[in-house]
Design a protein around this ligand. Structure first.
Ligand SMILES: Nc1nc2c(ncn2[C@@H]2O[C@H](COP(=O)(O)OP(=O)(O)OP(=O)(O)O)[C@@H](O)[C@H]2O)c(=O)[nH]1
Ligand SMILES: [Mg+2]
Length: 353
């Protein structure tokens, strides 16, 4: 089964109704039925968030591909040039785009595909099966087996670190976890205040000290977290450009100092990547990765860009899993990254009925 058919069968509304009926028949106890329904409702909500958040990317990618197939029934060299342009503009990256086109040309020849719609399906299969088959860690889950679990958020200026700390705090708190925030951006005016406001909005604790050494604050924060039995510690950090050596050294120092309190902290080091920065963002992440061992990427502001193909480029260039995706500015606009929902939002949206 091709990817598009798989996604349709997994997420289409018709199937959901049938599944719901099936569930109702099987689960006899009322309580259990209720629980199932809540799970299904949440699933539906998350799917809708992906669809809305990926509106622009879908417009720039899937809809353009569809239009291209409609106006060119037969595939020729010009058709491939057009596809190439669409992929590059979706920020798949030049190298990967060329690789994908080459593979599509070769498979189309072997399978004797000349119809443009069939070719689009082949292209999509190649793009995303390639994604799933790339090496590196693919797990999007956070491992909470350490108590506290320490999560460090890093990235360049304005990428969405502080907002993501708040969104994660909200998510973990709603899962019943005791959450502590460390306001590691101690020097920028207004930074501590910004996170303090978020902490009170979400209803979690915060440790902060303006103009204080960030590594020392992390030391104090982790001690507090151990003493007071927090489940999760989220560490906000100052935005830093990857070419500022002093600031990059500071990041490495934060990690070293944390390890004096908890030897394997931070358990997660997430690079917060603004989807609008495209290929530059990937180059930045690569330099951060040389400075501290990153464990994953959070893509933010996906709702405001048509560069949805960046997910592919991240996998290609960084071999790091995307763990969360930011789909809006609100506290609840952060989702665990789910490849199938992402692809459904990017490729089909509400057009599959
Ligand atoms: N639309 C949208 N906006 C976002 C998202 N994530 C963050 N933002 C916005 O991006 C802007 C910057 O966010 P911050 O969280 O302050 O970024 P930061 O990385 O902490 O910035 P510095 O501390 O200055 O480096 C804010 O206006 C956020 O509301 C998202 O997923 N979608
Ligand atoms: Mg910030």
């Amino acid at each position: 089964m091709g990817l598009i058919s798989f996604l349709k069968s997994k997420f289409s509304k018709k199937k959901k109704v049938e599944e719901n009926k099936e569930v109702e028949k099987k689960v006899e106890q009322k309580e259990e039925i209720k629980k199932e329904e809540v799970v299904k409702e949440n699933e539906e909500e998350v799917k809708e968030k992906y669809i809305t958040g990926l509106d622009k990317s879908r417009e720039g990618f899937a809809k353009r591909l569809k239009k291209l197939a409609k106006s060119n029934k037969v595939v020729n060299n010009e058709y491939f040039d057009n596809i190439e342009q669409i992929l590059i503009e979706a920020d798949v990256g030049v190298d990967l785009t060329l690789e994908i086109i080459k593979e599509t040309v070769s498979q189309a020849k072997a399978k004797n595909i000349t119809d443009s719609e069939a070719l689009n399906d082949l292209l999509i299969d190649i793009m995303f099966i390639g994604y799933a088959n790339k090496g590196g860690s693919f797990s999007t889950k956070i491992d909470f087996s350490s108590s506290p679990t320490v999560i460090l958020l890093t990235g360049v200026n304005g990428s969405g670190k502080t907002t993501t700390v708040a969104k994660l705090a909200n998510k973990f708190k709603s899962q019943g976890k005791k959450v502590l925030l460390i306001a590691g951006d101690t020097f920028r005016q207004g930074a501590v205040e910004q996170l303090t406001i978020w902490a009170s909005r979400v209803g979690v604790d915060i440790i902060s000290k303006e103009n204080y050494d960030p590594a020392s604050l992390c030391f104090d924060g982790l001690k507090k977290a151990l003493d007071e039995k927090y489940d999760v510690v989220l560490v906000d950090t100052a935005g830093r450009l990857q070419n500022k050596k002093g600031l990059m050294d500071e990041l490495a120092k934060i990690v070293r100092v944390m390890q004096k309190v908890i030897p394997n902290a931070p358990h997660e080091s997430l690079f917060i990547l603004d989807a609008n920065t495209g290929q530059n963002g990937i180059d930045q992440a690569r330099i951060f990765k040389e400075c501290i061992p990153l464990t994953g990427i959070v893509i933010t502001k996906m709702d405001g860009t048509s560069k949805g193909g960046i997910i592919l480029a991240i996998r290609d260039k960084l071999s790091l899993p995307v763990k969360f995706i930011g789909l809006g500015e609100k506290m609840t606009d952060l989702e665990e990254f789910d490849l199938d929902k992402y692809l459904y939002g990017l490729l089909l949206g509400n057009d599959d009925e």
